[in-house]
Design a protein around this ligand. Structure first.
Ligand code: URA
Length: 206
């Protein structure tokens, strides 16, 4: 299959750009900004923020949707059932969570694991953008619709976004299914594996 390059190159929003500038690659400052964030109402219901985990020099950067109950309790992304599947996907690629970076679009848990609201995504996205700017990965893997649509600033459905290689701020983006979806629809794991192999080709290119 031919590789589709999404022509649209979204520039960081003004607040994302100023946050990137303000923290100037200082992960401690960015963590503190996230930890003390009250930009949207989700802060009121959180046990703690979920910043992200992994290597600051990772080649692979995985983007999920939002913390669930277990992540809210432990302060780490993808530690529940979906996380165990993500770990298995990483192992299949010969990777582990220490050497990649994993972060969510939202740093606080939406109540009852409901879908993120557009206003919550708009408030929180500058943090993810700053994390990506700091890590400068070789590939971004968007796990599910919310991660893909948020990174690519599009409302296209996942079915249209999977299958090619897009671009976010000069970094290739591969879109695949969210592990929680794959737990419900294991038949789609083969398609997800094809997505991950495409991402691996991009990482090993040149
Ligand atoms: N689902 C996500 O998108 N992120 C997590 O951290 C956990 C479950």
């Amino acid at each position: 299959m031919g590789v589709t390059v999404w022509e649209r190159r979204d520039r960081p929003t003004a607040s994302a750009a100023s946050l990137v500038e303000a923290v100037d690659g200082d992960e401690g400052r960015l963590r503190e900004e996230v930890r003390s964030c009250t930009r949207c109402p989700l802060h009121a219901g959180r046990t703690q923020t979920v910043f992200g985990v992994g290597s600051r020099t990772a080649s692979w950067f995985f983007v999920g949707e939002a913390p669930g109950a277990e992540e809210d309790r432990q302060g780490e992304p993808f530690v529940g059932r979906a996380g165990r599947l993500l770990d298995a996907m990483l192992r299949a690629l010969g990777l582990d969570r220490q050497e990649v970076f994993i972060a969510n679009v939202l740093k606080c848990r939406p109540p009852g694991n409901r879908d993120p609201e557009p206003s919550e995504i708009a408030s929180c996205l500058p943090f993810l953008r700053a994390q990506i700017a700091a890590v400068q990965p070789r590939i971004l893997v968007a796990l599910g619709r919310f991660a893909a649509q948020s990174l690519l600033s599009t409302e296209q459905p996942l079915s249209r976004l999977r299958g090619g290689v897009h671009e976010y701020d000069g970094i290739p983006v591969v879109v695949t299914y969210h592990p929680a979806y794959l737990l419900r629809r294991p038949a789609d794991k083969a398609a997800a594996w094809a997505d991950l192999k495409r991402a691996r080709e991009v990482v090993h290119r040149e």
